[in-house]
Structures are given as C-alpha cells and as structure tokens.
Ligand binder design. Sequence first.
Ligand code: PGA
Length: 241
Amino acid sequence: MRKIVIAGNWKMFKTQAESEDFLREFLPHLEETPEAREVLLCPPFTDLNSLSKYLHGSRIQLGAQNVHWEEYGAYTGEISAPMLTEIGVRFVIVGHSERRQYFGETDSTVNLRLKAAQKHGLTPILCVGETKKQRDAGETESIITAQLDKDLVDVNQGNLIIAYEPIWAIGTGDTCEAMEANRVIGLIRSQLRNSNVSIQYGGSVKPNNIDEIMAQPEIDGVLVGGASLEPASFARIINYQ
Ligand code: PGA
C-alpha cells in the first residue's frame, strides 16, 4: 500500500523556542487531518530531542535532515543513526540537493547513508532531481535514472520514501507543473523493484498549489520547505482537499 506522507523540512530554521511556538499553533489543525495522512516534521538536529518529548502521544512523526553511515567515530559535525533513534526519530532526509550542492554529498555517500538509516530502523526519504540546465538540455530522465541506479544499490525498497525535487523548483516559487511532476514520478516508479514505495513531490509546494499536486495519481505526498515554517500554511497543506 502506498502511504500518503507529508513532510516539513525546516532546513536551518527555528530554535527550540520557535519550534514550540510553531507547534502550539499547528497541533490543533491536526484534528481535521484524515488519519491516512502521515505528517512528519524534519527540524534541525538541536530541536529533535525537545520536540520528541513535546510530541509524545501526538501523531506527528519526527525526521532528521541527515545521518552518517557509521554508528560512532571521529566524524566531526556528523550525527549517527543510533543517536537519532534513541530520541524517537523515525525518518531521515538523505541526499537533499542542498547537501549535494553545498556540502559535497555524492551518490556514493547518499547510498551509504541510506543503508545505515535502514539498518537502524529509520525510514529514509531519498531526494532526487535535475537542475534547470539539465532539464533544458532534455536530460531530466537520464539524470534521475542515474541517481536512482547509484543511490539505491543494495537499498531495501520495502522501507523507503523517495522525493522528486527538481532543483530549479526549490525555494524559487517556480513550482513544477503538477502534471509534469506526476509524469516524472511515474517514471521513477517504473524504475523501482517495489511499486508501493511512496513518492513525494517537493519544490515550492504552497497552500495555493497543494490541492492540484495531490490530485495527481502518482504523487503520494509532498516534501515542503518554506511553506512548512508557518503553522497556518503547513496546516493548509496537510489538510489539502
Ligand atoms: P521549498 O523547499 O518548499 O522551500 O521549495 C523544498 C525542499 O527543499 O525540500
């Protein structure tokens, strides 16, 4: 069964105090959210422990924004899977384009992180997507196929979420047309061994385009950056029509 998963990626935004302010306003909106929709927040590492306590007993799940492949070691600045699971984190974003672009993440480190996450019972959200230049050159399909081929070596497709995030649509307000996102996500699905993997769309998802995006048959949820930072806008997104 393909699950509907709506995730907020807070990136490097919100202190602990700000994240609790957010939740006070956001939580009441969940009363209107159909049970079948899984709602996830991926705050900075420093918020995870306090939010895990704050959210105990609520239906919001927590995700981290990255995970290292070793359990421990001399890896300054990194966080391991057991450190995340110990505090109740269940999901982790892996291979976000900002990690690939600014922090030298490669398909081979993405692959290591995916396998480590799964080994420790985390569900990874693998991000793939093309740049504007690649799209304009007609390379969207080949780029995504190559990313999937490399990233998914020996990865268990029974415990995986994929997010199609065209890089040109992230944080730009330039959303990919819903039908085009649906087409690419169908293409991604056709390359998987498990057709029940939930595949999200991400890139400038907003209250004014969520209904159209979620009406597409191949799209199983969204990964939301900017619009997940405001309680009212993220509430409108999880309560799409
Ligand atoms: P955006 O970010 O919604 O602000 O475009 C999406 C993402 O980076 O996951």
